[in-house]
Each structure stands twice: as C-alpha cells, then as structure tokens.
Design a binder for this molecule. Structure first.
Ligand code: AMP
Ligand code: MG
Length: 361
C-alpha cells in the first residue's frame, strides 16, 4: 500500500463567517494534485478527494477503512457540475436542486461515464449534493472539480461534527484538515433515490423528508431500513448494510409507540436502567430536558429538548463519542417519535445500538 501513504497533515483554521480565499486555495491545490482534504459542511465534516480522479478516490476508502462497495457522495458548487456527473436529469431532480440546494439533501441519479467506478462502488447511479457551507462551496469552486466525500470518521464510528473530532481521528492520515469549528446540523444529509418510479428515502437526514414530500407533491417510499430497523441487504443503498455511528461501548435504545405520556415512559426507561444497575452494571442514560427529572440517582447526559429536535440531532454524535470516554459499561438512550428530525435521530440511534432496541408498550 506504499503508493497510498500520505504526507504529514496540515491543519488550516478557517473562520466560516469570513473565510480567507488564500487559505482555501492551499487546500484546493491539494485536491487538484490528487490529495485528501477534510473540510467542514453544514452537516458533518467530509473527507474529500477529486471525484474525477480514481486514484485519489481510492485513498478515501483506504484512510477510512471503508468497504469498497459503499459508494460516496459527490459534492458540487454549481449546477454545471451536475451536468458533468449525469447525462439524464429529470424534471423532479431539477426542482429539488432549485429548492433545496445549497443544503442537506442528496439525490441519487444515473451517473455519466465521466464518473469513476470507485465513486459509485460500481453502481450505475451516483449520490450528489451541493453543501451549504461557505468553506465547502469555496473549496469545490477553487478545486475546479466535484469533490467526492464521505463523512470523515473511521468507518462505522460516529461522524465528526467539530474540528476537534477530525483532528483526533485523522491526524497523520490526510494531507489537510480544515478546522472551522462545529458544524450546524451535526447529522448527515437526507438521501433520496430519484431513479425509481417513486422517490425512495435511503437515509433520513438534516432535511426532514416531509419537506421534500411537500415540495414534490408525491409519495416518498420510506423503507424499514431508512427507519434504522433492518439492514439493507442489497444494492439500493449499500452503505446501509454496515454497522454505523457506533460508540465502542454497548448502547440500548428504549422506545415506545406513544411518547404522549412522558412521565409513564420515563418510569419504564428508569426500570430498564435500574435493572442494569442492580446487576452491578455502570450505566449512563441519554435523556432529555423534559425527562431527566425522573432519573434521580442515574448518571445522565442531556440530548436536549424534545421540543427542539434540531438541538437533539446536533448533540447526538458528540454524546455518542462522549460515551466512550466515560467510566461506564453500557449506555442507554431514550427514543423519539419518528416525525421530522425524529426519524433521522431514530435511524442513527437504532443503528448505533446495533439494533439493540427495547420497545415498551
Ligand atoms: P457517508 O458519506 O458516510 O454519509 O455515506 C454516503 C452514503 O451515501 C452511504 O450511506 C451510501 O450508501 C450512500 N450512497 C452513495 N452513493 C449511492 C448510490 N449510488 N446509491 C445509493 N446510495 C448511495
Ligand atoms: Mg458516514
């Protein structure tokens, strides 16, 4: 693997509110030369390479230890690049692009011959989005090429939502890390497959699927795998068959079908946690502003308020990482109603738990 060895990592700090072109230019040069750059987006940090350079793209898989059959998302900064990547754009795809880009929506479309097979993991389709982060947009523009970038974490681990996370995970493995502090949404983009008869949600993300549904005025199919309930077994979204977002310690998710009576629900969660503690297991509970009062004597981490799921989604990966630093044996998390960002949060929690789900009535 000698040809894949990378140079020492250069960290460039860039203030996202006034990004200096000269600093981003340095990173863009690295992309043009086939190197790897970690950059901020409004969702999570990405590990980027020139999407049209197959050797550069291969390095991404190597550095992340990512299975080769898990395709990447291609990031663009203008719509001309979309035409390079795909030769047949549907009217619906153009409407989505106009309404939601730049922003956290990824569309799956048929790919053109210019896109190397490595990017799409051999599929005839590719995932594309235009990120809404000034540094990401400027980097793509100055690189003069679309940038293929998965989340910048080692495969299977929680995605990085801050410069600190990427420095901890990736120093010495990439050419450049652009540190622009914390990302806005803290969860990945929403992925919709637009190559089928009806749109299919492959991954719920930072853009609530209901908003896409309203705009298209069409049913969007939500398979069980998008809810994080089962693993996808074949090609439509190959990435979904791997364990994802996981802390190294065990995680249980305690769910209910009805979050209407939070006091009753919390008492059931408490019973589960107490059962573990009584066996001598050290537990931390991921709870919410509304429920923490019911867990006296239990160590808790605050996910945020149930009235502000944006905040919960934004805190999620940070807390999943924190679990590994604590002196505990098992983490338990509360569940959320699968509406809006609640669907996204549940997808991540269920997968992070390795489907270790306890449902109470
Ligand atoms: P990540 O970069 O970690 O957010 O992963 C990118 C996600 O995009 C993975 O879950 C892939 O399964 C998905 N993806 C990328 N390209 C395709 C494609 N052509 N078809 C279906 N899913 C895709
Ligand atoms: Mg990822």
């Amino acid at each position: 693997m000698r040809e894949l060895a990378v140079k020492p990592t250069k960290v460039i700090e860039i203030d996202p509110s006034s990004p200096k072109t000269e600093y981003i230019l340095e990173a863009a040069r690295v992309i043009k030369e086939g190197g790897l750059v970690i950059f901020p987006t409004e969702t999570v940090y990405g590990l980027g390479a020139d999407a049209l350079n197959s050797l550069a793209v291969r390095k991404i898989f190597y550095v992340k230890n990512r299975p080769l059959d898990n395709p990447l998302i291609v990031h663009i900064s203008n719509l001309d690049q979309l035409e390079i990547l795909s030769s047949d754009l549907s009217e619906d795809v153009c409407r989505l692009a106009e309404k939601f880009w730049p922003g956290p929506l990824t569309v799956i479309i048929r790919k053109s011959e210019k896109v190397p097979d490595e990017v799409s993991a051999g599929l005839e389709t590719i995932a594309v989005r235009m990120p809404a982060h000034p540094v990401a947009l400027k980097l793509i523009e100055l690189s003069e090429t679309p940038i293929a970038a998965p989340s910048a974490n080692p495969a299977g681990r929680p995605s990085p939502t801050s410069g600190e996370h990427v420095k901890r995970d990736m120093m010495g493995k990439v050419d450049v890390i652009i540190d622009s502090g914390e990302t806005l949404f803290g969860v990945e983009s929403t992925i919709i497959d637009m190559t089928r008869n009806l749109p299919v949600l492959l991954r719920p993300g930072a853009l609530p699927v209901e908003e896409v549904q309203r705009m298209l005025n069409k049913e969007i199919i939500i398979p069980e795998s998008a809810r994080g309930l089962i693993e996808a077994s074949e090609a439509i979204a190959p990435g979904m068959k791997y364990r994802h977002y996981a802390p190294s310690k065990p995680l249980h998710v305690v769910e209910t079908r009805d979050y209407g009576n939070l006091e009753r629900y919390s008492l059931e969660v408490f019973k589960h946690v107490k059962g573990l503690i009584d066996k001598g297991v050290k537990v931390v509970l991921l709870s919410t502003v509304e429920t923490t009062q019911y867990y006296r004597g239990v160590k808790t981490l605050n996910l945020g308020s149930r009235k502000n799921l944006f905040e919960v989604a934004r805190n999620l990966y940070k807390l999943l990482r924190e679990i590994d630093e604590l002196d505990i044996d098992i983490a338990v998390s509360e569940g959320f109603e699968e509406k809006g960002l609640g669907l996204t949060i549940m997808n991540r929690l269920r997968k992070a738990s390795g489907y270790n789900i306890i449902t109470i009535n």
